[in-house]
Design a protein around this ligand. Structure first.
Ligand SMILES: NC(=O)c1ccc[n+]([C@@H]2O[C@H](COP(=O)([O-])OP(=O)(O)OC[C@H]3O[C@@H](n4cnc5c(N)ncnc54)[C@H](O)[C@@H]3O)[C@@H](O)[C@H]2O)c1
Length: 321
C-alpha cells in the first residue's frame, strides 16, 4: 500500500498518540498498523497468531523502532488486554475468527473469541483512557452462520457500551476486504486469495454454488481509511454501526473471469461445487451512513485495488505450492 499517502488524508491527529490494534498481525490489522505508524502513532499489536503472523509487520516494523510493540497473547486473556490497552487513546479491535464455514463447525469457539473477546476489549477500553473503539462487523442483521451471529452480538455490545458507559465506540461492518497480505494458505481462504493461489498453481478456481453470488469487494486501504476517520471523528460515533465497502458488486464468476487473464491463465475456467452452509447470495453496501457519520467515501476502487493484490500473490506464491 505504498501508494497511499496517509498523511495527506489524515493530517496530524495520530502523531505521538498510542493505539492498540488487536489482531494486528493479521491481514487488515497489519495494514492499519502500517498506516498508524506512518502517521506517527505508537502502536501495540496484540495477536495470538492463530491466523496472523508477525512477519506481516516486517515490511515496515523495523523502521518504526520502539513505536511498535508486538505482543503474542489472546483477547480472551483479560489481564493481557488490559495491559496492552493501558495508555492507548484508541483501540482498533480487529482480532476475530473470520471464516463462515469454520464457524458452522465450531460455533462455541467463535462465540468465545468474537463475543467474549470483544467484551474483554470493551472492558479494557472502559477501564483505561481509550476513547474510540472501531470494531468490525460484516454480516446483515439476519445472521445465517455462527460467525455472523457472533458479529451481531459484538455490534450489540459495542452499542450497549456507548449507551451504558459513555464509551466512544463505533462498529464498522466490513464487506469482503481484499489486498496484499490476505492469507491464501487456509482451507477457509477468502475468494480472491483462493483464486490467486489456484491460478498461480495452474489449477482451475473452485466456486461454491452457481457463481452468480455477488460481493462488494473492497480494497483494504478503504477499511484503513474508515477506521482512521472513525477514530478522528470530532463528534462521538455513539456505538453506531456503519458499512465499509467499495459500493459496487461483482459476481464470483465474473471475478474468476477477470483474475485468470491477469495471472496469464485465461484458459483456467472455474469448477463449480455445491454451495457452502452459511453463505449469503448477494452482498452490497449502502455507504450513506458511513458518509454522514464520519465522511467515509472509498479511496480505491475495485480494479485499482485488484491489480497490486494479484501482483503481490504472484510474488509470494510459488507455482508449485
Ligand atoms: N477480510 C474480510 O473480508 C473481512 C470482512 C468482514 C469482517 N472482517 C473482520 O475483520 C477483522 C480482521 O480480519 P482479517 O481479514 O484481517 O483476518 P485475519 O485472520 O488476517 O486477522 C485476524 C487476526 O486476529 C487474530 N486473532 C484471532 N483470534 C485471536 C485471539 N483470541 N486473540 C488475539 N488475536 C486473535 C488472528 O491471529 C489474526 O491475526 C476480523 O474481525 C474479521 O471478522 C474481515
Amino acid at each position: 500500500m505504498a501508494t497511499i499517502q496517509w498523511n495527506k488524508l489524515h493530517s496530524g491527529d495520530f502523531s505521538g498518540v498510542g493505539a492498540l490494534v488487536t489482531g494486528g498481525a493479521g491481514f487488515i490489522g497489519s495494514h492499519l498498523t502500517e498506516a498508524l505508524l506512518s502517521l506517527g502513532a505508537t502502536v501495540v499489536v496484540l495477536d495470538d497468531l492463530s491466523g496472523g503472523d508477525f512477519a506481516n509487520l516486517e515490511p515496515f516494523g523495523a523502521k518504526a523502532g520502539k513505536r511498535l510493540e508486538s505482543v503474542k497473547g489472546s483477547i480472551l486473556d483479560k489481564a493481557t488486554v488490559e495491559r496492552c490497552a493501558k495508555g492507548c487513546r484508541w483501540i482498533f479491535h480487529q482480532a476475530a475468527l473470520g471464516s463462515v464455514p469454520r464457524s458452522v463447525e465450531q460455533p462455541e469457539l467463535y462465540t468465545q473469541v468474537n463475543v467474549i473477546g470483544t467484551l474483554n476489549v470493551l472492558e479494557a477500553a472502559r477501564d483505561g483512557d481509550s476513547i474510540v473503539l472501531p470494531k468490525v462487523e460484516t454480516m446483515p442483521v439476519q445472521p445465517r452462520s455462527p460467525y455472523a451471529a457472533s458479529k451481531v452480538a459484538g455490534e450489540a455490545l459495542i452499542r450497549a457500551y456507548a449507551v451504558s458507559y459513555g464509551l466512544d465506540t463505533a462498529a464498522l461492518r466490513y464487506f469482503n476486504i481484499f489486498g496484499p497480505r490476505q492469507n491464501a494458505n487456509s482451507a477457509y481462504a477468502a475468494v480472491i486469495a483462493a483464486f490467486a493461489k489456484a491460478l498461480i498453481a495452474g489449477k482451475r478456481p473452485v466456486i461454491y454454488g452457481d457463481g452468480e453470488q455477488s460481493r462488494d469487494f473492497t480494497f483494504v486501504a478503504n477499511v484503513v481509511h474508515a477506521n482512521l476517520l472513525a477514530a478522528r471523528s470530532a463528534k462521538p460515533v455513539g456505538g453506531e454501526v456503519f458499512n465499509v465497502a467499495a459500493g459496487s458488486r461483482i459476481s464470483v464468476t465474473a471475478l474468476a473471469g477477470m483474475m485468470a487473464p491477469m495471472l496469464g491463465r485465461p484458459d483456467l475456467k472455474p469448477v463449480y461445487e455445491p454451495e457452502r452452509a452459511g453463505d449469503v447470495k448477494h452482498s452490497a453496501a449502502d455507504l450513506g451512513l458511513a458518509q454522514s457519520l464520519v465522511g467515509y467515501k472509498p479511496i480505491v476502487d475495485f480494479p485499482t485495488g485488484l491489480a497490486p493484490t494479484v501482483e503481490w500473490y504472484r510474488q509470494v506464491i510459488k507455482p508449485g505450492a
